[in-house]
Design a protein around this ligand. Structure first.
Ligand SMILES: [Zn+2]
Length: 79
């Protein structure tokens, strides 16, 4: 019945740069269908959820990453 389409409110791609090796990686971020959840990039950047983001560099295992860009991830086929 098309329930899958309602599973997420939005999908973003977080572009992070490792604080140690400076390599860049993309982290998919799905926003669940809940009240007050951010639905666009502007709202997302103001959302406290980003502060609790878990990051783990696959190249050097560093856990400190900085977000340098957020894009709309809906059309990212590589996820
Ligand atoms: Zn790294």
């Amino acid at each position: 019945m098309g329930l899958a389409a309602l599973e997420y409110k939005a999908r973003f791609a977080l572009h992070l740069r490792c604080d140690n090796c400076m390599r860049e990686s993309i982290l998919p971020l799905d926003i669940p269908q809940v009240d007050f959840a951010p639905s666009d990039i502007e709202e997302l950047t103001e959302d406290a959820a980003l502060n609790g983001l878990r990051y783990h560099c696959r190249h050097c295992s560093c856990t400190v990453g900085r977000i340098f860009q957020i894009t709309d991830g809906v059309n990212h086929a590589r996820f």
